[in-house]
Design a protein around this ligand. Structure first.
Ligand code: DQA
Length: 145
């Protein structure tokens, strides 16, 4: 089984950006957590991060026929991007949305998620652990198909 983990803009600045909101763990820590999770569950995880909306759309399209599921944190594009929503719908792969922070308790504009409309589950406010939870969830869903 192969899962693609996609991260949007500024996630590569984890540990530097607003640590009071996103925590002190770095992007490198996130990559290590993904490797560890892949080993634990015996699956393949590919990671992709970009600050550019079109590149994120390209990567979602690339995933068609190549991976079994997608974990996505579209970051700020969550709240603006119909293109990412349409790409997720186009490929039709099971997808889980992750947010490190609890977007529901933040500004009103963060409470709208376009990408989430194409996801079977959303995990928010669990820090980096949310990625692990999303992968475990997808693994369970896909194993029981
Ligand atoms: C985020 C929440 C978004 O509102 C924000 O723009 C991000 C990160 C999160 O993981 O909590 O960049 O997706």
């Amino acid at each position: 089984m192969k899962i693609l983990v996609i991260n949007g803009p500024n996630i590569n600045f984890l540990g530097i950006r607003e640590p009071d909101i996103y925590g002190k763990n770095t992007f490198r820590d996130l990559l290590q957590l993904l490797d560890k999770t892949a080993q634990e569950l015996g699956l393949e995880i590919e990671q992709y991060q970009s600050n550019h909306e079109g590149d994120l759309v390209d990567k979602i399209q690339w995933a068609y026929g190549k991976v079994d599921g997608i974990v996505i944190n579209p970051a700020a594009y969550t709240h603006t991007s119909v293109a990412i929503l349409d790409a997720l719908k186009a490929v039709g792969l099971p997808a889980v949305e992750v947010h490190i922070s609890d977007v529901d308790s933040r500004e009103a504009f963060r409470q709208v998620s376009y990408a989430g409309l194409a996801c079977c589950k959303t995990i928010k406010g669990h820090g980096l652990d949310g990625y692990r939870e999303a992968i475990v969830y997808l693994n369970d869903q896909l194993s029981h198909k």
